[in-house]
Design a protein around this ligand. Structure first.
Ligand code: HEC
Ligand code: HEC
Length: 333
C-alpha cells in the first residue's frame, strides 16, 4: 500500500503529540517527587516490632474487653478489612455508652508516618495515642490504667501473650506495653496507592484527569501544607487562613495549649486514602470531596476553583486510595 502524504503528516503529528505527552508526564513525575515521596517500606519505631508483639497488638486492637462494658474495641471506630478504610464513615462516633464525641474519626491506615496524632496533634506517636481512647470517658470509658491492667490480667491468654511479646520485662503486663503492642500492630497498617507507582516512574499509573489534578494540586499550592510522603500529616496550620472555616466551635490546638495563636490550628490532614475516609474535616461536616476541595482552595489559598479543576483535583485524591481498596485490584491482576 502506498502511503499518502496526508497519512504521513497525521502519523508524524501523532508521534509528536505522544512524545510531548510522555515528556509532560516525565516532568510531572519529577515535579511530584520534589514535593512528595513514595510511601516508605517501614514506619518509624518498627525496628523492635517482633511477630509476637504485633500479634498481641492485633488481639488488643480487636478486643472489646478494653472498654468499660465490653462493647467497644479500637476496631469499632477504626474498622479494618472488608474494604473498610480504618474509620467508621460517620461524622462523629458513638462511644461505649452511646455518647458521641465531637470529632470525626481519622483513619489508622499509614497513621504512624505522621509526625503527631489526633486532629490537634496532641499525641506525639502511636503509643502515646493508644493510651488515650481506653480511658476517655466518652470513648472506651475505663476508669484508670490499673483497672485495665487488672482486667487483662484476669484473662489467662493475655498473661502468656504479654510475656512472649515483652520477654525482657519483669512485669510484662503493663499499660505501657499494652500501648506499645497496639502501636506495633498499627505500624503494619501500610497502605500504598497508584500514586506511589506513578512517583516511582510508572507513567500509566495515573489517568490523564488524575495527572492534571496532580498538576493543579501543585500549581495552586495545596503542597504548601499537604506535602511529603503522607501528603500532609506533618504540620499544624490554621484552618481558615483567608476566610473563616464554617464551624468555629472547636478551636483545635487552642484546647491543648490555651494560646490565642493556636485558635483554629489543626494538624494538616494526611490525604492518603482521603477518598474512602469521608465525611471530611475534624467535625465531619464535609459531605462531598469535591466540595471539600473547593472550600480548602477558598479558605486556605484564596482561590476559587472552577468545577472542572475541582473535579480533576478530586480525581487525583482518589488515586491516593490504597490499592487494596480499588475494585480493579481484586478483579484483575
Ligand atoms: C469511640 C470511637 C473510637 C474508639 C473506640 C477509638 N478511637 Fe481512635 N479516634 C477516634 C476519634 C474521634 C479520633 C480523633 C480525636 C481527636 O483528634 O481529638 C481518633 C484518633 C485516633 C488516631 C489518630 C489518627 C490521626 O490521624 O491523628 C489513632 C492512631 C487512633 N485513633 C487509634 C485508636 C486505637 C488504637 C484505639 C483503641 C485503643 C482507638 N483509636 C479507639 C475514635 C475512636
Ligand atoms: C495553609 C495550609 C493548607 C493548605 C494550603 C491546604 N490545606 Fe487542606 N487541610 C489543611 C488542614 C489544617 C486540614 C485539616 C482540616 C480540619 O481540621 O478539619 C486540611 C484538610 C484537608 C482535607 C480534608 C481531609 C480529611 O480527612 O478530612 C482535604 C481533602 C484537603 N485538605 C485538601 C486540600 C486541597 C485540595 C488544597 C489545595 C486546594 C488544600 N487542602 C490546601 C491545611 C491546608
Amino acid at each position: 500500500m502506498k502511503l499518502k502524504l496526508s497519512h504521513i503528516v497525521v502519523l508524524m503529528l501523532c508521534l509528536f503529540t505522544a512524545g510531548v505527552q510522555a515528556d509532560k508526564t516525565d516532568r510531572l513525575i519529577k515535579k511530584a517527587n520534589r514535593y512528595f515521596a513514595p510511601l516508605p517500606q517501614t514506619m518509624p519505631g518498627s525496628e523492635n516490632d517482633t511477630a509476637e508483639r504485633v500479634e498481641l497488638g492485633r488481639e488488643l486492637y480487636f478486643d472489646p474487653r478494653l472498654s468499660i462494658n465490653d462493647s467497644q474495641s479500637c476496631a469499632t471506630c477504626h474498622p479494618l478489612g472488608d474494604g473498610r478504610g480504618g474509620m467508621d464513615s460517620l461524622p462523629t462516633s458513638p462511644g461505649a455508652r452511646g455518647e458521641f464525641g465531637d470529632r470525626n474519626t481519622p483513619t489508622v491506615l499509614n497513621a504512624g508516618w505522621q509526625s503527631s496524632q489526633f486532629w490537634d496533634g496532641r499525641a506525639k506517636d502511636l503509643a502515646d495515642q493508644a493510651r488515650q481512647p481506653i480511658l476517655n470517658p466518652i470513648e472506651m470509658g475505663m476508669p484508670d490504667e490499673a483497672s485495665v491492667v487488672n482486667k487483662l490480667g484476669a484473662i489467662p491468654s493475655y498473661a502468656d501473650a504479654f510475656s512472649m511479646a515483652f520477654p525482657e520485662d519483669a512485669s510484662p503486663l503493663s499499660y505501657d506495653n499494652l500501648a506499645g503492642a497496639i502501636a506495633a500492630f498499627e505500624r503494619t497498617l501500610r497502605s500504598e496507592s497508584r500514586f506511589d507507582d506513578f512517583m516511582l516512574g510508572n507513567k500509566t499509573a495515573l489517568t490523564d484527569q488524575e495527572q492534571s489534578g496532580l498538576a493543579l494540586f501543585i500549581r495552586h499550592n495545596c503542597v504548601r501544607c499537604h506535602d511529603g510522603p503522607m501528603i500532609g500529616g506533618t504540620l499544624l496550620e490554621k484552618l481558615g487562613v483567608h476566610a473563616e472555616f464554617h464551624n468555629t466551635e472547636d478551636p483545635g490546638r487552642f484546647r491543648v495549649t490555651g494560646l490565642e495563636a493556636d485558635r483554629m490550628v489543626f494538624k494538616v490532614a494526611s490525604l492518603r486514602n482521603v477518598a474512602i475516609t469521608g465525611p471530611w474535616f475534624h467535625d465531619g461536616s464535609g459531605k462531598e470531596l469535591s466540595e471539600v476541595v473547593k472550600i480548602m482552595a477558598r479558605i486556605q489559598l484564596d482561590t476559587e476553583l472552577k468545577a472542572q479543576d475541582a473535579n480533576a483535583v478530586t480525581a487525583f485524591l482518589h488515586a491516593l486510595t490504597g490499592k487494596d481498596f480499588e475494585p480493579t485490584a481484586t478483579t484483575s491482576q
